[in-house]
Design a protein around this ligand. Structure first.
Ligand code: SF4
Length: 226
């Protein structure tokens, strides 16, 4: 599901609104923030700690993340005069540097905000999407997350350089990683990509079967019994 906004400052808030909340809880927190507090920097700064914590309590560390919402508002006002839209109008590198002033926003987070704000055609995969790209064999999994992430930029270059298309690709990779291609026990037996997937084919070979997972399914699409 896409983020609930394309406004750059709201996307910063979206990253900080409910730490480690379930997706539905995070959306609920964001809706509550909009409804009860407002998402303008000045509105957040004038809100009580209690009302900010009512929002961030959808996740863990409610007090810390209420502080991060407040800190985000302060940065938006002090560094960008309350207008982050204008603050990220420069080059990609300048825009990323600007976004990284905010709490919880590293380079992948900054790229994701620029993607969903429709500003730059980036893929910006999250950890789920990155895992899918590595397992499919589009990139090599490196020891450091940042190196693996950097490798994903070459995949983006093979797609049309349009934010709307790359947003779709980002969301599809994310969904695939959250549902079938989970970190532990990926459901290769149900995956339509199994016959093309480097990880699945390697697992099949290691299992001693030359047949890819897909071809071992029964007529109902479920794994066939051996
Ligand atoms: S076949 Fe398995 S490892 Fe490959 S993309 Fe599908 S679920 Fe992931």
């Amino acid at each position: 599901m896409p983020p609930p906004t394309s406004d750059p400052f709201e996307l910063v808030l979206w990253e900080n609104v409910a730490y480690l909340a379930r997706p539905a809880g995070r959306r609920e927190a964001f809706e509550l923030l909009k409804r009860k507090v407002g998402t303008a920097p000045a509105a957040i700064l004038s809100a009580s700690q209690e009302s900010l914590e009512a929002v961030t309590s959808q996740g863990i560390l409610k007090s810390t993340f209420a502080g991060k919402l407040r800190e985000s508002a302060e940065i938006a006002i002090d560094a960008f005069g309350g207008d982050l839209e204008s603050g990220i109008r420069g080059s990609l590198e300048d825009a990323k540097r600007a976004l990284r002033f905010f709490p919880g926003i590293g380079e992948p987070g900054a790229e994701k905000i620029l993607l969903f704000a429709g500003r730059h055609p980036l893929l910006a995969p999250d950890s789920n999407g990155l895992r899918v790209l590595a397992r499919l064999g589009f990139i090599r999994e490196e020891k450091s997350y940042s190196k693996t992430y950097a490798a994903s930029r070459s995949v983006a270059k093979s797609l049309p350089a349009k934010p709307i298309i790359l947003q779709e690709a980002h969301l599809l990779l994310q969904q695939h990683g959250q549902t079938l291609c989970r970190r532990s026990s990926p459901r290769c037996d149900l995956c339509p990509l199994a016959t093309e997937c480097a990880h699945s084919l390697a697992t099949e070979a290691a299992d001693g079967s030359l047949l890819p997972a897909k071809s071992r399914r029964g007529a109902n699409g479920k794994p066939a019994r051996r």
